[in-house]
Design a protein around this ligand. Structure first.
Ligand SMILES: Cc1cc2nc3c(=O)[nH]c(=O)nc-3n(C[C@H](O)[C@H](O)[C@H](O)COP(=O)(O)OP(=O)(O)OC[C@H]3O[C@@H](n4cnc5c(N)ncnc54)[C@H](O)[C@@H]3O)c2cc1C
Length: 469
């Protein structure tokens, strides 16, 4: 029999998308379903967080977390459409990025697969690779090799086939930047699955990268919503609150509702919700854990210790975003820049917000700087004032002298970016296998099936389907 009440733990995009999917699937086939979203903080959205910068009576909206979703696969756009927001989708004005190398910015050609070259000459021409590296890559198809079956780190594979300089100059700032991770530890299968798939039938990394590029769709890669990511979160909340089955509300969304414990009850699950002095029990026929993997591990420790052990092995990196409003600046063309870790700088990327999304306010330039790399615990130990001063000094190293900012804001995201290290997919599959036949609990979210918003939405929908199957 289909579950009657499903508790969704976590009100980030995964939890919201899962709750919507559950409501949408209620009907004659699966019967009536109630869904309760339990979010520990006072806000929904998790890493989707729109905020403001303020100065001299001005208030400027800015994204403090994710600022765009992938549109090359349909899940995010479908959710946006489901929420009636299709007309509000905007696309970046430019996707051109620069890499800071040898004291200068170089345009990153769009001829790579997450930094893995498909056209070495374009990278040599852009000044990102020495000519010798270009020749080495071009000759790579002649190297002996086997089709790749086992997982491998992206760094190890590219160093072996193309040489260190490709990893250090291009893959580290691009792929390492996205995951705030060490590319010598990040899994090829989990982070660039299309390339891993191509390498199963072709031993040449260059040919595989070219094959992936050849089937890449045209059109925009990313989208966002006019008015910010907050709109996605608000619309999801409203749609959930309005969802009805036979005239009865289907969904409840509760903030300030941290789930502390998960126990098996007589007929399903018992969730202990709330803080010490104000605890409640919530009963559910099924539970969808849309929390970061370490939290899900804690919740599962008593009831499924082996699953908990697998999830606890997924490490996370802390990151921070510093938003600056400057008096209008002349910035390099393009949407922003990436900084390799070999630079020794703690800033790892900057978004030129006006170039990417259009100028928000006259005479003002907005720049978002990202910091934080897995394993570098020192960089973010600085207090906010020190962090702003360091980021500003390092921005000037790259961009030249800058005027004093009109405003700045630090948003810290502790333990935010899951590290998909070698074997990640197998680890996640093993965790799900260990949950086994128990169709009353499911895992979804950034910790498992893709860190991006679009991947989280797909993960949420698959988990909802699994619970309702
Ligand atoms: C700075 C930054 C920039 C990013 N930029 C992009 C981007 O531009 N594009 C993109 O696609 N992706 C981006 N990402 C990644 C993406 O935003 C996240 O991976 C995604 O939003 C995660 O969604 P989630 O719902 O799985 O997890 P979260 O957003 O982490 O949500 C989990 C929720 O669970 C709640 N929770 C935790 N413990 C409990 C508990 N015990 N009880 C109840 N609730 C609990 C948390 O409060 C949180 O709200 C970015 C990430 C960061 C940090």
């Amino acid at each position: 029999m289909a579950p009657r009440h499903i508790a969704v733990v976590g009100g980030g995009i995964t939890g919201l998308a899962a709750a919507l999917a559950i409501c949408d699937r209620a009907g004659p086939d699966v019967g009536a379903i109630g869904v309760t979203v339990l979010e520990q903080s006072s806000n929904l959205g998790g890493k989707l967080l729109s905020g403001t910068l303020r100065w001299d009576g001005h208030t400027q909206a800015i994204e403090l977390g994710a600022d765009a979703f992938l549109v090359r696969t349909p899940a995010a756009l479908e959710l946006v459409s489901r929420l009636g927001l299709s007309d509000e989708v905007i696309h970046p004005h430019t996707g051109q990025a620069h890499i800071f190398l040898n004291g200068a910015l170089h345009v990153l050609p769009t001829t790579t697969v997450m930094g893995v070259p498909a056209d070495p000459a374009s990278l040599v021409d852009a000044g990102l690779l020495p000519a010798a590296a270009g020749r080495q890559i071009s000759a790579e198809p002649d190297l002996p090799g086997e089709p790749l079956v086992a997982d491998v780190s992206v760094g190890e594979l590219v160093r072996r086939r193309f040489g260190d300089v490709v990893v250090d100059n291009i893959i580290d700032p691009l792929l390492g930047g996205v995951y705030a991770g060490n590319v010598d530890a990040l899994s090829l299968q989990a982070t660039i699955p299309a390339l891993a798939a191509a390498l199963r039938s072709d031993s040449s990394l260059l040919r595989a990268a070219q094959a992936v590029r050849a089937v890449a769709k045209g059109g925009p890669t990313f989208g966002a919503l006019r008015g910010g990511m907050r709109r996605l979160v608000d619309a999801a909340k409203q749609t959930l609150s309005a969802a009805k089955h036979r005239g009865e509300p289907v969904a409840q969304v509760r903030c300030d509702a941290p789930v502390r414990r998960l126990d098996r009850g007589e007929q399903g699950w018992e969730l202990t919700v709330g803080s010490g002095h104000d605890r409640q029990l919530v009963s559910a026929d099924a539970v969808l854990l849309a929390t970061p993997a370490p939290t899900s591990a804690r919740l599962l420790r008593q009831v499924a210790p082996e699953v908990a052990a697998e999830l606890a092995a997924i490490d996370y990196a802390s990151v921070a975003v510093i938003s600056f409003a400057f008096p209008e600046l002349v910035l390099p063309d393009g949407s922003g820049m990436l900084i390799p870790s070999s630079s020794g700088l703690i800033i790892k990327a900057a978004t030129f917000v006006d170039h990417k999304w259009g100028q928000a306010a006259p005479d003002v330039s907005l720049v978002r700087v990202s910091l934080g790399r897995h394993g570098d615990v020192q960089a973010l130990r600085r207090n906010d004032t020190e962090l702003v001063a360091t980021a500003l000094a390092q921005l000037q190293l790259v961009l030249g002298p800058l005027p004093a900012p009109l405003a700045s804001k630090v948003q810290r995201w502790d333990g935010a970016m899951p590290q998909y290290t070698v074997g990640h997919n197998a680890r996640v599959a093993q965790a799900r296998d260990l949950l086994g036949e128990d169709r009353s609990i499911a895992l979804a979210g950034a910790g498992y099936d893709g860190v991006g918003i679009t991947g989280c939405i797909s993960s949420a929908q698959r988990a909802a389907d699994a619970l309702l199957a």
